[in-house]
Design a protein around this ligand. Structure first.
Ligand code: CP
Length: 314
């Protein structure tokens, strides 16, 4: 099937075939990252604007790096330095960027649905780099890419997502992708942060850490998203850590070959012990590196590229 999608807004709307096409294209681009000359000419002459109206380290830098590896010109605009601080609307900012002849907008915004809104107003592709607690599609793509690299097929694999599921766009995007890839997903954490309605994503909902972690082949930790919580969802961070933080004892309940993942930013000593984050089972920095290849694939495909035309001379 040819790639036809211009925007990347959610993983909910992607088919399994589209996820496969992105992962296949990312695998080809990943080979270029190991060369001494890392650039390919795929987007030469195009201009990509990274419009980040919420803080970011890895997503913004990975999109920046991905665009440069594709030979595109990149402009990064941070919320604190943009005219949104003077009251300019997202619509006017987007139309201004389009009038400045940008070819793609990568948008991070605190409002769920803002990339969809912009995609309906503009004629250029819009890529969602995280919209509130709704979705973070490139994170879900790089996470599942990393799992497939390590485990092969995800069909029937036990994947556990542990932590603040309620406010997590990363959890939602992973849930959509993992369901399509055939994984058995358990979401676990305090009942205030892991409500029963996540069963609608095809996941098992658990508040019992030991049974959730037992024999899991992947555990993904999530940060507590204080910035999205209007009231305390548990008594204290110390209590959260004592009940749900991943430490060596709890990691021993996992499958012996299990991988430990985290989308970042990490709060060491809260959701994960520092030695586990740095240990041999952690793939946290592999996730970051894979984020470049996956975002190269997304920018390339949404610009009209086709997976079969990715030629990478190694
Ligand atoms: N995982 C993630 O989205 O990290 P940043 O907020 O640093 O981009």
């Amino acid at each position: 099937m040819p790639w036809t999608r211009r925007h990347l807004l959610t993983l909910e709307e992607l088919s399994l075939d589209e996820i496969d096409q992105i992962h296949k294209t990312a695998a080809a681009f990943k080979r270029t990252l190991k060369r001494s000359v890392k650039k390919v000419p795929a987007l030469r002459g195009k201009t990509i604007v990274n419009l980040f109206l919420e803080p970011s380290t890895r997503t913004r830098m990975a999109f920046d790096m991905a665009a440069k590896r594709l030979s595109a010109d990149v402009i990064c605009l941070d919320g604190s330095k943009s005219s949104t601080t003077k009251g300019e609307s997202l619509r006017d900012t987007g139309e201004t960027i389009q009038a400045l002849q940008a070819d793609i907008i990568v948008l991070r915004h605190s409002a769920p649905g803002s990339p969809l809104y912009l995609s309906k107003l503009l004629n250029i592709p819009v890529i969602n780099a995280g919209d509130g607690a709704h979705e973070h599609p490139t994170q879900g793509l790089l996470d599942t890419f990393t799992m497939r690299e390590r485990l092969g097929s995800l069909k029937g694999r036990k994947v556990v997502i542990l932590g603040d599921i309620l406010f997590s766009r990363v959890a939602r995007s992973n849930l959509h992708a993992l369901r399509k890839l055939g994984a058995n997903v358990t979401v676990v954490g305090p009942s205030t942060l892991v409500p029963e309605h996540f069963k609608a994503f095809g996941a098992t909902v658990s508040h019992d850490l030991r049974s959730a972690l037992a024999d899991a082949e992947v555990v993904m930790l999530l940060r507590i998203q204080h910035e999205r919580q209007s009231k305390g969802m548990f008594p204290s961070l110390g209590e959260y850590t004592s009940l749900f933080g991943l430490n060596n004892t709890r990691a021993s309940w996992l499958d012996p070959k299990a991988i430990i993942m985290h989308p970042g930013p990490i709060n060491r000593g809260v959701e994960i012990d520092s030695d586990l984050a740095d240990g041999s089972r952690s793939v946290i920095l592999d996730q970051v590196t894979n984020g470049i290849a996956v975002r190269m694939a997304v920018l390339y495909l949404c610009s009209g590229g086709q997976p079969e035309f990715v030629t990478v001379n190694s």
